[in-house]
Design a protein around this ligand. Structure first.
Ligand code: MLC
Ligand code: AMP
Length: 451
């Protein structure tokens, strides 16, 4: 996994920069060696994944020691942190980047062993731990390196969170496998992207739409080699603005925490707005469409799939069809002529994507219902020009303000899962079974991102 750290490309004084601090491969390896010695033998360990060199050292240290790292969202509230720590059995470690142990020579994990455990939302209940093996991650990164002609000559720039696939697996481990320089900007602001001078840029659509709205920053990316968007649908107007301002047609790729990145456009290939390209080598997809229909659930198999949900064999089994295909829950269509995939939407109204974060409606509803003044809650993702979808909570409550409920969710779960809007209603519309009728709540909401 860590080809660059094994010396394949020599050392480099400016190998990894995170939020303004830079380390060489040797320094990173030394700090990671100290972490490896600390965590060796544990079943798993956790680190608060703030964007800093220490987080990178922790993840690498876990890989060296063969102990999976659980990155904790830095904006997580008490309940979410406790859930993740309890569910994973991981103890949190503190990393001192100045403490180095260059001589780590313990046992590395077999490729099939867990390398990372990433927590992600379902439609109901608290987040589940997605177990990813080193073999799955390596297979994905090699496929992406091929698709994007990603090499040690690149400088990768992004400012995405280090507790999800996009920022951590692609954005950190990808650089350490391909040997590209990494500049993590701390925050994914247009100005920071413009100042970083990279050849390869990663962003979620919200980041790209903010860059497209900042023409000077966008123009600074014209010298790059490749712009890549993923984690949610890139609106066609943003694609066109980026093309006009940067001269680049951004490549879109599609993935999930459970499958890693499975479908992508190719560097130098034809790129059409609203499409996510073709399956990566080794990935086989199919559309489970009803007779006569062209769109249906995207299902897939391949070497990049997860090892299962931690401690939840039933949920793992339910994620597959009887004949062994992974059910993505995304609705897609495939162009018959060239195999290019288009993601049309989600099967479940309860799976929300906001700013590229995957957020389960049930999780937010449960948090709201934990508030003593809330009697009913129904949460939906409303189309939003900046975030793709924004979380709107319909609540039946008295004696509490919307801001108080927003703060309650931010403190309980995490800041990025807070409702952006709370609407007080006399009752939540329900069907005869008592199930909230969310389609009624969404009626009349204009979709600025429809392509
Ligand atoms: C506001 N803030 C509050 C608050 N209200 N804090 C506490 N309580 C409240 N009630 C503060 C925050 O702390 C923060 O402060 C500030 O408001 C802004 O936070 P935000 O509103 O959440 O930021 P925003 O601008 O909306 O973020 C946009 C974004 C972010 C694009 C930067 O959504 C993002 O990083 N998205 C990336 C998600 C991602 O990586 N997904 C990949 C999943 S993997 P302060 O001071 O801290 O600024 C995947 C697989 C694949 O999907 O295919 O890739
Ligand atoms: P996560 O588990 O956070 O990685 O979220 C995975 C989900 O993000 C997928 O199931 C899709 O719904 C969505 N997604 C990722 N990439 C894209 C894309 N390029 N276009 C549309 N949706 C995407």
């Amino acid at each position: 996994m860590l080809t660059a750290l094994e010396g394949a490309y020599g050392d480099r004084a400016d190998a990894v920069t995170v939020a303004g601090r830079t380390a060489s491969y040797e320094e990173l390896l030394g700090a990671a060696g100290a972490v490896a010695a600390d965590v060796a033998g544990a079943p798993a360990f956790a680190v608060t994944a703030t964007p800093r060199l220490e987080t990178v050292a922790a993840v690498v240290g876990g890989l060296l020691a063969g102990v999976p790292c659980v990155p904790l969202p830095p904006d997580a509230g008490a309940a979410e942190r406790e859930h993740i720590l309890r569910d994973s059995g991981a103890a949190e470690v503190e990393v001192d980047f100045a403490r180095r142990s260059a001589s780590w020579s313990g046992k590395a994990a077999a490729p099939e062993e867990p390398a990372l455990i990433l927590y992600t939302s379902g439609t109901t209940g608290p987040p589940k731990g997605v177990v990813l093996s080193g073999a799955a991650i390596a297979a994905d990164l090699d496929a992406l390196a091929g698709a994007w002609q990603w090499s040690a000559d690149d400088t990768l720039v992004h400012g995405l969170p280090l507790f999800h696939v996009h920022g951590l697996v692609l954005g950190v481990l990808g650089a350490l496998r391909t040997g590209s320089r990494l500049v993590h900007t701390g925050r994914p602001t247009p100005e920071a992207y413009a100042a970083a001078g990279g050849s390869l840029y990663f962003g979620v659509p919200t980041v790209w739409s903010r860059i497209a709205a900042a023409p000077e920053a966008a123009a600074a990316l014209s010298g790059a080699r490749l712009l890549v968007s993923g984690s949610a649908a890139l609106p066609a107007p943003v694609f066109r603005d980026l093309e006009r301002l940067t001269g680049h047609r951004p490549v879109e790729r599609y993935g999930m925490t459970e499958t890693l990145i499975t479908v992508s456009g190719r560097a130098g290939g034809e790129v059409r707005p609203g499409t996510v390209g073709t399956p990566l080598p080794g990935i086989v997809t199919r559309i489970a469409a009803e007779a006569g229909a062209e769109i249906g659930e995207l299902q897939l198999t391949g070497p990049t799939l997860f090892s299962g949900y931690l401690g939840r064999p039933e949920a793992t089994a339910a994620a597959y069809t009887e004949d062994g295909w992974f059910r993505t829950g995304d609705i897609a269509a495939v162009d018959e002529a060239d195999g290019v995939h288009r993601i049309v939407g989600r099967a479940s109204i309860d799976m929300i994507k906001s700013g590229g974060y995957r957020i389960g409606a049930g999780e937010i509803e449960n948090a709201l219902l934990d508030h003593p003044k809330v009697r009913e809650a129904a949460v939906v993702g409303v189309p939003d020009a900046d975030l793709g979808q924004r979380i709107v909570a319909y609540v039946v409550a008295e004696g509490v303000t919307g801001a108080e409920l927003t703060d309650f969710v931010a403190a309980h779960l995490s800041v990025h899962k807070r409702p952006r809007e709370v609407r007080f209603v006399a009752a939540v519309p329900r069907n005869a079974m008592g199930k909230p009728q969310k389609k009624l709540l969404l009626e009349g909401e204009f979709d600025p991102n429809s392509r």
